[in-house]
Design a binder for this molecule. Structure first.
Ligand code: CP
Ligand code: NVA
Length: 307
């Protein structure tokens, strides 16, 4: 049966750790100038309803470096943008390509695509989840702190797609996740509750420092995500006390790292001092999108076992 990657709770702990292990091998291979053409002759279709720099380029380069090919499609340029059903698009693309990556608004769209496609589907970000990004973030954490299960990870800011995928990562891997979000901007309730019931170690705070205290990793994201631009002014007021500043980093562990999926707004969710400072790993994190996605693509399009 084909597999998809729509959200991290679809992965078992051994599978997720297997993906990170393969990511380390692929990153090391690249560093030493090695090549690995495990997807020779394979094609990935990429459909974007929202803007993207990292996801778009890293998937494209990943396919190229693995010997395959990626086709980039803006939703507005293909028939889906004129109302062709997702189900028909799924069936047609499945006749041409070996996998489909979709960035869209409603999570239901990626679920429908996966249901109707006969090839694997990867979630390249929805309003609900951003699993590929959080896999890259976990890999970045592991580069500094090898035992992910022993970590305290803080997420400060909007309870958005990034927060939801971090919650699911905590559910699968068992690390402590402390979140600080303003009231009214909590993560997706059913995701939070399901993770808690499954034993995830989650704590919710209303003050940034309360979440960051003693953390190995402090993580944030924009206050207004793609599609929420008109709320920007209101959100700027609500979120102001949730900026990750040097004072917030000071209550984390001395060896703590700062992560942000990017793009970032300096002076809003993070101060320049922090994102451009010595604890920031945001560009390693962005690079790691490439390596982790190669592992995802080998697994889904190349049938490589994870564990
Ligand atoms: N972090 C991330 O997904 O970046 P892009 O929106 O540029 O793809
Ligand atoms: N939460 C952000 C992440 C961007 C990569 C958004 O959805 O716009």
């Amino acid at each position: 049966m084909k597999r998809d990657l729509l959200e991290l709770d679809e992965l078992s702990r051994p599978e997720l750790l297997g993906l990170l292990r393969r990511t380390a091998e692929l990153k090391a291979m690249r560093r030493h100038g090695g090549h690995c053409f495990t997807l020779r002759g394979r094609t990935l279709a990429m459909v974007f309803e929202k803007a993207s720099t990292r996801t778009r380029v890293s998937f494209d380069v990943a396919m190229n470096q693995l010997g395959g090919h990626a086709i980039m499609m803006a939703a507005r340029d293909i028939q889906i943008g004129r109302g062709e059903p997702i189900a028909d698009t799924a069936r047609v693309l499945s006749r041409y390509v070996d996998g489909i990556m979709l960035r869209t608004y409603q999570h239901a769209n990626v679920v429908e695509l996966a249901r109707c496609a006969t090839v694997p589907v990867v979630n390249g970000l929805t309003d609900l989840a951003h699993p590929c990004q959080v896999l890259a973030d976990l890999f970045t954490c592991q580069e500094h702190f090898p035992d992910l299960g022993a970590l305290k990870i803080a997420y400060v800011g909007d309870g958005n797609n990034m927060a939801n995928s971090w919650i699911n990562a905590a559910r699968v891997l068992g690390f402590e996740l402390s979140l600080a979000c303003p009231e009214g901007y909590d993560p997706h309730g059913p995701t939070f509750e399901a993770a808690r019931e499954a034993g995830a170690r989650l704590t919710m705070h209303r003050v940034a420092k309360d979440a960051a205290r003693g953390a190995h990793v402090v993580n944030t994201d924009v206050w207004a995500s793609m599609g929420q631009e008109e709320e920007q002014a209101v959100r700027a007021g609500v979120f102001a006390p949730f900026q990750v500043s040097a004072e917030v980093m000071a209550v984390a562990r001395p060896e703590a790292i700062f992560l942000h999926c990017l793009p970032a707004h300096r002076g809003e969710e993070v101060s320049s001092e922090v994102i451009d400072g010595p604890q920031s790993r945001v560009f390693d994190q962005a690079e790691n999108r490439l390596h982790v996605q190669k592992a995802i693509l080998e697994w889904l399009l190349g049938g490589r076992e994870l564990c």
